[in-house]
Design a binder for this molecule. Structure first.
Ligand SMILES: [Zn+2]
Ligand SMILES: [Zn+2]
Length: 96
């Protein structure tokens, strides 16, 4: 079974369930400021989701000074998580 790896600032916490990983990233780590619009968003997957959903890839790579390859890796992280995760459960747990 896949173990999900946090990876934020070298955190080597792992989780059996991707929902646990996303909730961990959003609650155990400090929020981060979006480099494009200044919104404060959770770190980890939800932050990536904000960047990719609300901003163009170009705006993102410029604001964060990352190269397009890195942006593509983040996009693939998002896809991997979204394929595996029950987003409804995550939202419920974070709001509830
Ligand atoms: Zn972590
Ligand atoms: Zn933003």
């Amino acid at each position: 079974m896949t173990r999900w790896h946090c990876g934020i600032e070298g955190d080597d916490a792992t989780f059996d369930r991707v929902e646990d990983l996303v909730v961990h990233q959003a609650t155990a780590h400090d929020d981060v400021e979006c480099g494009v619009c200044g919104a404060v968003v959770p770190d980890g997957y939800l932050g990536i989701r904000h960047l990719l959903a609300d901003h163009s890839r170009e705006a993102y790579t410029e604001a964060h000074g990352v190269d397009p390859d890195q942006a593509d890796r983040r996009a693939s992280v998002r896809e991997t998580v979204e394929t595996a995760a029950d987003l409804g459960e995550i939202v419920e747990r974070l709001e509830g």
